[in-house]
Design a protein around this ligand. Structure first.
Ligand code: PLP
Length: 409
């Protein structure tokens, strides 16, 4: 008799986006001619940059020839990509990260989810609230979350991010071992200043806390005081892992590539107090459970850093950020309160008339044929908000904002 990992059974079947998809499908079935506009799920709509496509074609042609075909990739990624990452994402910002601290992967969802494999089930974990659901769900799977009480897990510390605290989480009141931070933030679209992030690094240094810093939306930062990497803060290499993704930076959601940085100086303890370098443990984990990102994909990622690649990608980011501006200014013009949307492709909208997130979601779908993401789906502190994304087509985004502006709420 085989036994199931019962931690998985603790998770509700209806993952947020599945629930939204079911509601949208039901609406469309009843209204087959409706022009439904999605500002909901955070997937990109712009095509890959031509420089990236060229690199993929070239790499594919190499794979078709005996002399140049490639088999398994090196465990941590091809040196050409590691070099481009070090040079452009870190050296260019005066940050010292070396190639042997980087692990190329198939994306930040896998990395943030898998990283729990190398952390003890006894760690007490803190997450900001609202939060990207993957952090919580993978800790449930890893047996670290305890039991579900209402809509919170008994062993997870939630750090509310609300309009009252400017979406800046307070340091945990209780001693925790691991903290997930995501900045620019999904879902709120807000950021931390350098001074605010420094508070977290100092706290982690003083209290032996591991920070798992998700910078998947780094490319959308426009303001100068917003850190692009946690390693801009002194001491962060001793306490933080950073996760990066080409998904939103360069439209790779369907191509799949990301990386994480596990600094050599980052050490945690065994139960007996022995210091262990997480870089070694993660390397061992990846070498055993992951067989590398495809050569063609790594060449595509390398092209993101070429001069043409950079220019083309900036154009796409500008396209999305113009959508963000249209949404934010359009909604604010009719008196709605919004957050984010300046250094991130997400706009966090306070629901009017004290609607709950799902009530407002339903009204937008049924009355305006606009799909959003209910904030409550990201955690208790998301109640009273919906998330709009700037990843849609420009014409559809403009149309959606016009519908909201001419709406009698
Ligand atoms: N991290 C955050 C905060 C995200 O919002 C997302 C995707 O929406 C991811 C990670 C996943 O990125 P990837 O496509 O690289 O797996």
């Amino acid at each position: 008799m085989a036994f199931v990992n019962e931690n998985f059974l603790k998770l509700a079947g209806n993952y947020l986006f599945a629930e939204i998809a079911a509601k949208v499908a039901a609406y469309k079935a009843n209204h087959p001619t409706a022009n439904v506009i999605s500002l909901g799920i955070g997937d990109v709509t712009r095509p890959l940059a031509p420089a990236v496509v060229e690199a993929m074609k070239k790499a594919t042609a190499e794979m078709a020839v005996e002399e140049t075909m490639r088999g398994y990739a090196p465990d941590r990624g091809y040196p050409f990509l590691l070099e481009a990452i070090v040079k452009n994402d870190f050296e260019a910002r005066g940050i010292d990260v070396t190639q042997d601290e980087i692990f190329v992967s198939d994306g930040a969802k896998s990395d943030t989810g898998n990283f729990g494999d190398i952390l003890s089930a006894d760690n007490l974990v803190a997450v900001t609230d609202p939060v990207y659901p993957v952090y919580v769900d993978t800790n449930v799977m890893g047996g670290r979350a305890g039991d579900l009480k209402g809509d919170t897990w008994s062993n997870i510390q939630y750090l509310p991010c609300t309009a009252q605290n400017g979406f800046t989480p307070a340091l945990p009141a209780k001693q925790v071992d691991v903290v997930y931070l995501c900045y620019p933030n999904n879902p709120t679209g807000t950021t931390l200043s350098k001074a605010e992030l420094k508070k977290w690094v100092d706290y982690a240094l003083q209290n032996n806390v591991l920070i798992l810093f998700d910078a998947a939306y780094e490319a959308f930062i426009h303001e100068s005081d917003v850190p692009h990497s946690i390693y801009e803060i002194e001491g962060a290499k001793q306490v933080a892992v950073e996760f990066r993704s080409f998904s939103k930076t360069a439209g790779f959601t369907g191509v799949r590539c990301g990386y994480n940085v596990v600094p050599k100086a980052l050490k945690v303890k065994t139960k007996l107090g022995q210091q262990v370098a997480l870089n070694d443990v993660w390397k061992r984990r990846q070498a055993t459970k992951f067989n590398g990102t495809a050569y063609v994909v790594q060449r595509a990622a390398e092209a993101v850093y070429s001069p043409e690649g950079k220019r083309q990608i900036q154009e796409t980011i500008a396209y999305y950020m113009e959508n963000a501006r249209v949404i934010k200014s359009g909604l604010e013009a009719i008196g709605m309160t919004t957050y984010g949307g300046v250094n991130a492709p997400y706009i966090w909208v306070q629901t009017p008339n004290r609607h709950t997130s799902w009530e407002f979601f339903d009204r937008l779908l049924n009355e305006l044929q606009i799909v959003t993401t209910p904030g409550a789906g990201f955690g208790a502190s998301g109640e009273g908000f919906v998330r709009l994304t700037a990843f849609g087509k420009k014409s559809a985004t403009v149309e959606a904002v016009e519908r909201i502006k001419s709406w009698k709420l």
